[in-house]
Design a protein around this ligand. Structure first.
Ligand SMILES: C[S@@+](CC[C@H](N)C(=O)[O-])C[C@H]1O[C@@H](n2cnc3c(N)ncnc32)[C@H](O)[C@@H]1O
Length: 288
């Protein structure tokens, strides 16, 4: 595809290219990429596909470049430069984990726990904050809360800062630290700790190239059983939480019972694993 073309021809070509490259959401991604170049929403592209609106050759060339990148399985969010998370539009790119839809439910458990705290200005901590997705969901959806976003990986920290500066409304602070020994000054004073730590076993390579090749290894892998970071999260949560405070963690769907054991061994109580909308065990809560 190298000359001016109608949107529907471009959409058909791009969808075929992405489908041939094994992209599951080929047509939707094609519409997003065309919309990105033409400054149209995905829905508008699909609506205009039934018209014969022509795209000039230079714009077609831009679309071709983006489709080539996506066909090499670069994540759509890296190409667009943004990822949606609950109501937020977060800046993402190389070096930071792309926030996932399943983490939106983890955020909901943390939001509910934070709203239920009987304090005027409850305090939450997000361990391993990455793009700041969880920290910013808490700060924007619980407007009386203060939130600390902890991140250690040097390539991820600029993304945390960038999103917090834009969207944190002055109520989120970023602390560069290892989650294992972060925030000694807050011991016993945190209402909610939330974490989506790395939880993939070191030898289990993710199937999707987008994850295997583009998500930072620090965001994925954690020891032989995948739960080294979870053990550190449990110990830190026990140290930071006020009595009655809540820990919310995301984990792999086979890890619920192992995670509950880790939380109990760290001294947390009443741990419970919650299935997501597809019935998969992806979130566990516990109390201090
Ligand atoms: C799975 S990602 C989650 C990012 C974000 N919270 C989300 O839900 O989209 C895990 C994050 O933890 C960070 N991380 C890994 N080990 C850490 C450690 N020891 N201390 C602090 N952050 C860590 C990684 O750099 C990565 O940003």
């Amino acid at each position: 595809m190298s000359e001016a073309a109608t949107i529907d021809a471009l959409l058909a070509w791009a969808s075929d290219e992405l489908a041939a490259a094994g992209v599951a959401s080929a047509r939707g991604d094609a519409a997003h990429l065309i919309g990105h170049v033409l400054e149209l929403g995905r829905g508008e592209v699909e609506a205009k596909a039934i018209t014969a609106m022509r795209v000039p050759a230079d714009r077609v060339a831009e679309v071709v470049t983006l489709v080539d990148r996506r066909a090499r399985r670069e994540p759509l969010q890296h190409i667009l430069g943004v990822a949606a998370f609950r109501g937020l539009t977060l800046a993402v790119g190389p070096g930071v984990f792309v926030p996932r839809p399943e983490t939106e439910i983890v955020a909901q458990y943390a939001i509910d726990a934070l709203r239920a705290r009987p304090t005027v200005e409850p305090l939450a901590v997000d361990l391993g904050s990455g793009s700041g997705a969880l920290a910013l969901a808490l700060a924007t959806e619980v407007p009386n809360a203060r939130v600390v976003a902890v991140e250690k990986t040097p390539e991820a920290v600029p993304w945390t800062r960038r999103n917090v500066e834009r969207l944190g409304a002055g109520r989120v602070s970023v602390v560069v630290a290892d989650l294992a020994d972060a925030l000694p000054e807050l011991a016993g004073s945190v209402d909610v700790v939330v974490s989506n730590p790395p939880y993939v076993p070191e030898r289990a390579l993710p199937r999707d190239p987008e994850v295997r090749l583009f998500d930072p290894p620090e965001a994925l892998y954690s020891g032989t059983d995948g739960l080294d970071a979870m053990r550190a999260v449990a110990a830190t949560a026990h140290r930071l939480l006020v009595p009655g405070g809540t820990l919310v963690v995301e984990h792999g769907e086979e890890q619920g019972s192992a995670v509950r054991r880790i939380l109990a061994e760290a001294g947390l109580r009443a741990s419970a694993t919650h299935p997501d909308l597809l019935g998969r065990d992806r979130a566990t809560t516990a109390a201090r």
